[in-house]
Design a protein around this ligand. Structure first.
Ligand code: GDP
Length: 326
């Protein structure tokens, strides 16, 4: 069972939010509201294609990895957890609830967390319009983020390949490359990982940027098989306005979203003015708080240490399996 394989990790669940978070020696992601958690996803999984999931054994999660060594304890208040639909936490005391939260995230495991392994990954096609995307009704997850956020590295790490995603340092159109297309990769023949164009590339012509916005926004709003957008945010730097704008837009348009914080292995020294990933993440969370009815799921990752890899796959699995059933 997956739950039995969960690692011990530095996380504790708070039932009340203390008034100050940064003054605490612990990193706190705390809510200032006292509402019980309400899952955004609850209202957003309304499509029901046929399931053709294969039965694969659940992935064992690592007991620890190198990224644990200097990880500060994370405290999350109850109302900042992401509780997947049909997940009852009322019988859990804080310690058993802690054991149900995916490492480095606010995501509670549900009964749908299974079949998370990636056994096969195939590039399928690149599309320039939502209508041209695969029409087989399989569920999909779209990865999006600022150029250089680490999207290609994460995609490759998820499928354990060196170069599944096509990497490019410059935005080019579909005539020359794939980075400005909606790129579909089929996983295990039953779901898709979708690579969307990176945004915010400084030297892109203004008009081209406008097009990307229209193109990706149309995909977010009209792709009926999109289970969740995974918005990648670089945790090694302070929040950027363009990422906040994207998060805000997704929140306002009720597009289901998971925040994936990348490059969490980069730990800058305080004396140089840099902040630790946890501090940047907290700042980002605070800034986007007003955009969402409930805290969206978030997860810390590193493509260098593979931190968060198995956890993302489990999160995708539980969203997908729920979506397939409803
Ligand atoms: P993309 O433009 O979003 O696809 O970003 P890439 O995956 O090409 O990565 C951009 C740069 O960030 C490259 O130099 C990567 O080596 C580096 N990078 C990506 N992920 C990580 C990570 O998790 N940790 C660190 N330290 N560097 C990373």
């Amino acid at each position: 069972m997956i739950l039995a394989q969960l690692p011990r990790f530095h996380l504790s669940i708070l039932t009340k939010s203390p008034s100050s978070s940064l003054s605490s020696p612990h990193f706190n992601l705390l809510n200032h509201r006292s509402n019980p958690p309400v899952s955004l996803a609850r209202t957003l999984f309304s499509f029901a294609p046929k399931s053709n999931l294969s039965t694969v054994e659940p992935i064992p999660l690592p007991v620890s990895d190198s990224s644990d060594l200097d990880e500060a304890p994370v405290e999350i208040s109850l109302d900042k957890l992401f509780i997947p639909p049909e997940t009852d936490i009322s019988g859990d005391d804080p310690s058993s609830l802690t054991a149900r939260v995916l490492k480095g995230s606010n995501i509670v495991l549900s009964k749908y967390a299974r079949d998370a392994q990636v056994a096969q990954a195939d590039y399928v096609k690149s599309s320039v319009r939502t209508e041209d995307c695969p029409a087989d009704g399989l569920p999909e997850f779209a990865l999006v983020g600022r150029s250089n956020v680490g999207k290609s590295s994460l995609l490759n790490s998820l499928v354990r390949r060196k170069r599944l995603a096509l990497t490019s340092k410059k935005p080019v159109s579909c005539q020359w490359g794939k980075t400005q297309c909606i790129n579909h990769f089929r996983i295990n023949d039953n779901w898709y990982l979708v690579d969307l164009p990176g945004y915010g590339y400084a030297s892109a012509p203004h008009e081209l940027k406008q097009d990307w916005n229209k193109f990706t926004k149309d995909y977010f709003l009209n792709r009926s098989t999109l289970v969740s957008v995974f918005l990648l945010v670089d945790a090694s730097i302070p929040p950027k306005q363009i990422d906040l704008d994207y998060a805000s837009w997704l929140g306002q348009n009720q597009v289901p979203m998971t925040m994936v914080f990348t490059k969490c292995d980069k730990r800058k020294k305080k004396k140089n003015g840099g902040k630790r990933p946890e501090e940047n993440i907290k700042e980002f969370q605070d800034l986007i708080q007003g955009f969402f009815e409930a805290t969206p799921p978030w997860i810390m990752t590193s493509s260098v240490t593979n931190q968060g890899r198995d956890e993302i796959l489990l999160h995708m699995a539980q969203l997908r399996n729920y979506w397939l059933k409803h």
